[in-house]
Design a protein around this ligand. Sequence first.
Ligand code: MN
Length: 439
Amino acid sequence: MTLNETHDPALRSWVASANGHDTDFPIQNLPFAVFRRTGSSEAWRGGVAIGDQVLDLGTAARTGAITGAAAQALQAAAGDSLNAFMALGAPAWSALRLALSRALREGAAERTRLEPCLVAQDAVEYTVPARIGDYTDFYTSIHHATNIGRLFRPDNPLMPNYKWIPIGYHGRASSVVVSGQDFRRPVGQTRAPDAGAPVVQASQRMDIELELGVFIGSANALGEPVTMAQAETHVFGLTLLNDWSARDIQPWEYQPLGPFLSKNFATTISPWIVTLEALAPYRVAPPARAADDPAPLAYLDSSFNREQGAIDIELDVLVQTPRMREQGQEAARIVTTNYRHAYWSFAQMVAHHTVNGCNLQPGDLLGTGTLSGPSLDQAAALIELTAGGKNPLTLPNGETRTWLQDGDTVVLRGHCAREGAARIGFGECRGTVLPARAL
Ligand code: MN
């Protein structure tokens, strides 16, 4: 993915709010979502964020303002999910990005026809932007894997497979929800370490996992692996992802087949998918492997990946308790980390997922795993931040949290910034834990 005119930091839009220094959605970003006016029975349709507005791709397609190869892509993105657009592949995504970039620039002749297609973001609601056929969650932060492993195996925290194989498990697609959709605290079977029989009860150890979601664009055929050289052309873009986790259900159920009901009650994603092309200016080298680490096997290695396989995305977790909400206090940041610390890249996730011939399809979602950074204050789950529940966090208003309580809202944010490039952001991924159903 090379830099082109759409990344030029000097570009300005005729949508004035897109030119502010702190907007997540300048003209260099142009992420995709599926939306409608809040509370309406309008059809869901694709939209592109520009400043504090959404460009309605449904009405934009009918104006005829976009022509050529981009017009076909626009038509595909105007439906009630982005799957058809994703399936068209990287040249189509790029053609539409270029056409929208040109049409939304200051002085563009298309302004007259596109201005009536803007809807204020304040006035819209979102849905999951693709029909997600399958959801797979990885474990690509070696810092997260080590922090978690240390809780169970202090002397030997990292499993021997970790540096050889991108660890993952198949998750649940039906319970992936969009930011703002609240969910009930799960009920499940738990057993305290020193107890006899397990009990079924509301989870007492509700946790978060700050991750990125990777949306697959074009498919690979069953039986045909995706090579490292091809892997990134299959990736449409990235969202924020909160892989809510019940830490008391997990340890009792997870052996030998892995997490099950401790994870699949809800997974929240942000509405906006930031395309891989928009992320091109922020590519960086992954962390160098330690001298005594094994080199990746050939199917997981490429010179491009060694040089630019990571992305510099700063990520924040914020919490707002019910008391903070009542007193009008904003959500407080508890963690800042960065995607650049991941041990395995998203290209390696795709290459590994398909090495056996497994077919990925448009709209499939891959989670990166919890993106903890190298120091403990960059740990992206409460289980790490509180050392397994031993050291509660103190919030700015003096309240403490070991695990999430009913009514707590968690907000994930992410942005990219670099000298010589625009600042772009991901919007937010928000969810509130509601009380468990009565037993
Ligand atoms: Mn996870």
